[in-house]
Design a protein around this ligand. Structure first.
Ligand code: 4NP
Length: 152
């Protein structure tokens, strides 16, 4: 069982999408996973994902409506085997939160995606482009699944 946490800034756009898309595609691939998502910021704690993100995901068959935002906590570094940040700002915020001596792998979600994809996932809360984010989320999820299947 792989325990994986996806992290963005608000936990209402990118990371809940990554959580739901990865969970659906991992299940379809027969991979046993436990997933969650969190934000490095606390502005939206307790809120459902951003409505246009929910709508765009639903058009592709992913249901984000039951998710609620929470803030990343120190305990996440022991509760999860792998933490994936949506961009470099959130990666840095997580490194600052990491407890001394902890070695839990922390990477950029898009680092595993081949080709010309940007390493930072653009923030649709500001760009308004939810479909580009979902394209990148699907590519990142599939790259992650391929890596986990190879590793066993
Ligand atoms: P997310 O997008 O990090 O993909 O959830 C954002 C949502 C809200 C804010 C920033 C980013 N905000 O500043 O409220």
């Amino acid at each position: 069982m792989h325990r994986i946490l996806f992290v963005c800034l608000g936990n209402i756009c990118r990371s809940p999408a990554a959580e739901a898309v990865f969970a659906a595609r991992a299940a379809a691939a027969g991979l046993a996973v436990a997933v969650d998502s969190a934000g490095t910021g606390g502005w939206h704690v307790g809120n459902p994902p951003h409505p246009p993100m929910v709508a765009a995901a639903l058009r592709r068959g992913y249901d984000l409506s039951g998710l609620r935002a929470r803030q990343a906590v120190v305990g996440d570094f022991t509760a999860f085997d792998l933490i994936l940040a949506m961009d470099g700002v959130n990666h840095a915020a997580l490194e600052a939160l990491r407890p001394r001596g902890n070695a839990t792998p922390l990477a950029l979600f898009l680092d595993g995606v081949a080709g010309s994809a940007p390493r930072d996932m653009p923030d649709p809360y500001y760009t308004g482009d939810f479909d580009t984010v979902l394209d990148l989320v699907e590519a990142g999820a599939d790259a992650l699944i391929a890596r986990l299947l190879h590793r066993g």
